[in-house]
Structures are given as structure tokens and as C-alpha cells.
Design a binder for this molecule. Structure first.
Ligand code: WQD
Length: 335
């Protein structure tokens, strides 16, 4: 049975990917520093699959601890989620973000190089495209000057991996996520934003639950049909399954270059107001919201051209926006 290391495996996307890995017959070992999640997620994953993943609480910024892990654990592939990911915070604390997001990546790659490990999947983001000139966004769209330190760590991360693949005979895939939302059908795992949610969907569900007084819609003067900004909201389970597809591509040596990247979205754009209406349709809950000014750094529209990912990964999304929003609401009700 192939053993896969999942860093950040107790996080939102990581935990959903661990479930799909176990469901696909992989043995899973998780590294997480618990800085943005809780240990309860480990039991919740076990409840879903009936298999308890091996877990190590390790801070990947500590090179000696990373080395010690690999002294004691042989793995057939790595899916690397562990990173800080708050866009606004990243601009206030750039050095913490570079130390964590870049430092941990370098230490992992050094161990892969030294031990001739292979098959690396990297959690990247459509944020590398900034505001793309053409929509939907293909993999040929140019990577633009990052709007935030967070986005820059994803761009730099991809460059480091690409150069490492060339120099050290590694093969890797970066998955450029659009906007992950929702929760597992079991409602045992989901998104656990700490503090005031920065992302739209957790704020929507907390407003519907009465935890937040009112949702602020950041701008209705964008050049879009209803004036609000457009994003590609992908169900987190669909996103998790894309990681299995990418991992199998590498394990079966079907990759065409030693470093590849794919846009992982639904291919459909939804505006903020469309999300609010879809949420009401899916859950019956109306939302108290108001239109306010634009949020600094936001782009008008981003949604994926999924042609290449669908073909090369033999993967496509299966869940609808309403299904994702309903699962997010059921998860919120359970908190
Ligand atoms: C979505 C839309 C907001 C909150 C970011 C990162 C991306 C990834 C996902 C980490 C935008 C609007 C939001 C609110 C609102 N992050 N909005 N009121 O900014 O597209 O992407 O999060 O992996 O890399 O860039 O996601 O959910 O913050 O915003 O109107 O209270 O909802 O303006 O149009 P975003 P988001």
C-alpha cells in the first residue's frame, strides 16, 4: 500500500484530501503544527473512513525536525498544504509568511533530494494570475506581479519546485485552486475559520447563523452583470479528488513534464449576489447584507478554464454551487 505524507493534513483542504486518499486505498501520514486547526479533526477523519491516519505534530520551519521525520518515515509521495494563507495578514507580516511558506517548502524538498523521494503535489492558487486579461483563465495566462505576500509565496514556491525538479530529477504538480468552499457530506469536517472570517462563504454562513450581524458586500461597481465581483467556487471534496488524480498521474509516470501545473475550478463564475441568491435557494435562509466599498486588492473576476485539468487529470467537478453552499450551511449549524 503506497504511503502518502500530507502536510497541513488537519486543515480545511488537507483533511478532505486525507479522506479521499484513504478512500482510494492509500496509507496516510499527516504532519500538522496545529497553528490553524485542532487535533479533533484527526478523530473526525477516522470517524469518516474508519482508518486513523498516522499523525506527527511538527513545525516544518525547524529543519532538524523535518529531517528526523524522514529518518523515521518512508513515503511514496507528498501533498504539501501546510502554509499560512490569510491574504491581509500576509501583507502585515511578510517575514513570518516567507519563513513559514518558503522555509518549510525548501526543507521538504531538501529531504526529497537527499533521500531520492519523488511525487510532490503543491497547493498553489489562482491568485498567481492576478486579474487575468482573458476569462476563463487558462494555464497559459501569464503569472502577474503578486498583489499580496501570500500570493508571492505561491509564485515563488512554484519557481522553487520547478527549478528543483530540473536540478534533482524530481516530478511535481502544482494545483492552482480557485475558491474552495463547502464541507464533507458527513458534516464531520469542514472549514474552521478562526476569528472573523476573511472569506465570503464562512461569513455568509455565520451571518445566516446570527453570529455576524450583517454581511458586507465589497463593492457593486465592478464591470460585471450585477456589479459584484465574480469568483469560481469549487466544492472542497471536488478539489480533494483533484489531488488524488494528480498524485496518480505522478505515481503512474503519466506526467509530460517534470513540473506541471493545472487550474482547479468548476469553470463557472458566480458573483457575490449570485452566491447570496444561491445560498437562499439551497438553504431557505435569507441573508442580511449591505453593499459597501470595494476591498483593497480584490480583482473583478476570476474563473477557470478547466479544459486541460479535465483532460490531463481525467478529473472534473461533480458538485454544484448549491450543493456546496448547503454543505457549508449544515457544517455551520453543527458548530
Ligand atoms: C470572494 C469574493 C470578495 C468577504 C482569497 C485568496 C485566495 C484563497 C481564497 C487562500 C470577493 C467578496 C468576501 C466578504 C465580500 N485564499 N467578499 N464580503 O479574495 O477571491 O480569494 O481567498 O487560499 O488565494 O485570494 O476569496 O472569499 O475572500 O472573496 O463581498 O465579507 O467575496 O470581495 O469578491 P478571494 P474571498
Amino acid at each position: 500500500m503506497k504511503k502518502i505524507l500530507v502536510t497541513g493534513g488537519l486543515g480545511f483542504i488537507g483533511s478532505h484530501t486525507v479522506v479521499e486518499l484513504q478512500n482510494s486505498g492509500f496509507d496516510v501520514v499527516i504532519i500538522d503544527d496545529l497553528s490553524n486547526t485542532t487535533i479533533d479533526v484527526l478523530a473526525n477523519i477516522t470517524d469518516i473512513t474508519g482508518k486513523k491516519p498516522d499523525f506527527h505534530k511538527i513545525d516544518l520551519r525547524i529543519k532538524a525536525d523535518v529531517k528526523q521525520f524522514f529518518d523515521n518515515n518512508k513515503v511514496d509521495g507528498i501533498i504539501h498544504f501546510a502554509a499560512f494563507k490569510a491574504v491581509g495578514e500576509s501583507v502585515e507580516k511578510p517575514l513570518e509568511y516567507y519563513e513559514n511558506n518558503i522555509g518549510s517548502l525548501v526543507y521538504l524538498l531538501q529531504e526529497m533530494r537527499d533521500r531520492k523521494l519523488d511525487n510532490f503535489i503543491f497547493s498553489s492558487s489562482c491568485t498567481v494570475y492576478g486579474q487575468a486579461d482573458e476569462l476563463p483563465i487558462t494555464e497559459n495566462a501569464p503569472v502577474k506581479q503578486a498583489e499580496s505576500t501570500y500570493g508571492n509565496t505561491k509564485q515563488i514556491g512554484e519557481e522553487i519546485i520547478k527549478e528543483s525538479c530540473n536540478a534533482y530529477e524530481l516530478k511535481a504538480i502544482a494545483l492552482r485552486y480557485f475558491n474552495p468552499i463547502g464541507a464533507h457530506d458527513s458534516i464531520k469536517i469542514g472549514e474552521l475559520p478562526l476569528g472573523i472570517p476573511q472569506n465570503l462563504i464562512p461569513f455568509v454562513t455565520q451571518t445566516a447563523a446570527g453570529i455576524r450581524e450583517q454581511l458586507s458586500v465589497f463593492g457593486d461597481d465592478y464591470p460585471t452583470p450585477d456589479g459584484t465581483a465574480i469568483r469560481d467556487y469549487i466544492h472542497v471534496v471536488d478539489l480533494a479528488k483533484a489531488h488524488i488524480a494528480a498524485l496518480k498521474r505522478l505515481l503512474e509516470n503519466k506526467n509530460k513534464q517534470n513540473f506541471e501545473f493545472f487550474n482547479v475550478g468548476t469553470g463557472t463564475g458566480s458573483s457575490v449576489l449570485e452566491v447570496i441568491n444561491a445560498f437562499k435557494k439551497a438553504t431557505g435562509k435569507s441573508l442580511n447584507y449591505k453593499i459597501v466599498g470595494r476591498r483593497a486588492g480584490d480583482i473583478t473576476a476570476a474563473y477557470a478554464d478547466t479544459t486541460i485539468a479535465n483532460k490531463e487529470l481525467n478529473w472534473k467537478t461533480e458538485k454544484t454551487l448549491e450543493e456546496a453552499l448547503l454543505s457549508a450551511w449544515k457544517w455551520q449549524e453543527k458548530q
